[in-house]
Design a protein around this ligand. Structure first.
Ligand code: NAD
Ligand code: 4TP
Length: 332
């Protein structure tokens, strides 16, 4: 059976609508359903000079193969018309509404996966809605206490212990409980979603040189090492904590199924240096499949036709692959 993939193009002033329209021109072995404002999508297609036919989605009908240039749509209205390249806090609520519809649809088994385009976290907060990222939003909406952000590109997967929090709170957020949950989710999702029997997870330290024996910080000694020992006793294959500045070299990476970084900008710059435009962001631990692009709203490129669609292609490809595997395992 063909999978139904829900796509949220994200911030209407950014490149999310552009890359959604651009990938709609390609062949896909799935049905693509966008959750977005219809007029905004048609306007953007006109700006980009690309064909776009939008068909109202009927969830009672069986899935149909994607036709290039055509998308199914669940129309969610924006408060005000969008201008490519410009943010408008009046539309913050709209962006969150599209995510809510997507999450609920997946919980209700209407779709088989969600692919998200980029959102501008700041403008959603300016609209009065506390929002730190899709990862945290979907965890909250689906009532999932713990999820893990993983970004993957060819030859490297990086997962994070902490996600979108200010740097000053990182150390306190790395508790034995959090570390135990993140590693357990990462281990089991590498098995389930990536088919790796006994995944090797390489773990970064938090401090310079992994704390230098306690002289440059004690989190490794007091939290990370003891927790890794507990998890090793549970049978999880863990290497580290290793100094983060030297972990990302072939000698280690050739044996690593994933690297676990302690915070956002410890792991993601390396991943994005290696694979920006060719990477996917996957939320592990959710009750549904969710993938996303590796980039942001790129307001400077919105409406120009110059946005690279590489990551959007990878995000959709991964979602379809994971959805197919899920459908094969447990047909609806
Ligand atoms: N998945 C997401 O929702 C997501 C991911 C990352 C950042 N963001 C958000 O995006 C906003 C802007 O963030 P930023 O400026 O740090 O990052 P950005 O990725 O939007 O832009 C960084 C640079 O990369 C370029 N770039 C980004 N995507 C590109 C593409 N597809 N093709 C060609 N060039 C591209 C931009 O032009 C810019 O020069 C922030 O609010 C951030 O939170 C959202
Ligand atoms: N941390 C992500 C990145 O740098 O690509 C990005 O902010 C998106 O995160 P969410 O998927 O949680 O919105």
């Amino acid at each position: 059976m063909l999978s139904k993939i829900a796509i949220t193009p994200g911030e209407p002033g950014g490149i999310g609508p552009d890359i959604t329209i651009q990938v709609a021109q390609l062949e896909w072995d799935a049905q693509l359903i966008i959750i977005a404002d219809k007029s905004m999508m048609l306007d953007r297609a006109k700006t980009l000079n690309l064909p776009l036919i939008l068909v109202d989605f009927d969830d009672t009908k069986p899935s149909v193969q994607h036709v290039p240039g055509q998308l199914f749509i669940i129309d969610v209205s924006m408060a005000e018309p969008a201008k490519a390249g410009q943010l408008n806090e009046a539309n913050g609520r709209y962006v969150v509404e599209t995510l809510t519809v997507a999450s609920q649809g997946n919980l209700d088994d209407v779709y088989d996966a969600i692919v998200t385009g980029p959102v501008q976290k700041g403008i959603i907060n300016q609209a009065g809605i506390p929002f730190s990222g899709h990862t945290e939003f979907f965890a909250g909406h689906s009532n999932t206490s713990d999820v893990v952000m993983l970004l993957a590109t060819d030859g490297l997967r990086v997962a994070l212990v902490t996600t979108h929090i200010p740097l000053q709170y990182v150390s306190k957020a790395i508790t034995p409980e959090r570390l135990h949950k993140v590693i357990s989710i990462l281990h089991s999702e590498l098995q389930v979603k990536f088919g790796i029997k006994n995944p090797a997870i390489f773990v970064c330290g938090l401090n310079p040189h992994a704390g230098e024996g306690g002289h440059l910080g004690r989190e490794e000694i007091e939290v990370i090492e003891p927790t890794l020992d507990v998890l090793r006793a549970e049978g999880i294959n863990l290497i580290g904590p290793l100094p983060a500045d030297t972990l990302f070299q072939e000698k280690y990476l050739q044996d690593a199924d994933a690297v676990l970084a302690m915070y956002h900008d410890q792991g993601l710059p390396v991943l994005k240096y290696k694979g920006f435009g060719n990477a996917v962001n996957i939320t592990l631990g959710l009750p549904y499949i969710r993938t996303s692009v590796d980039h942001g709203t790129a307001l400077d490129l919105a409406g120009t036709g110059n946005a690279d669609i590489g990551s959007m292609k990878v995000a959709i490809t991964h979602a379809i692959k994971m959805a197919k595997e899920k459908l094969t395992r447990a047909p609806k």
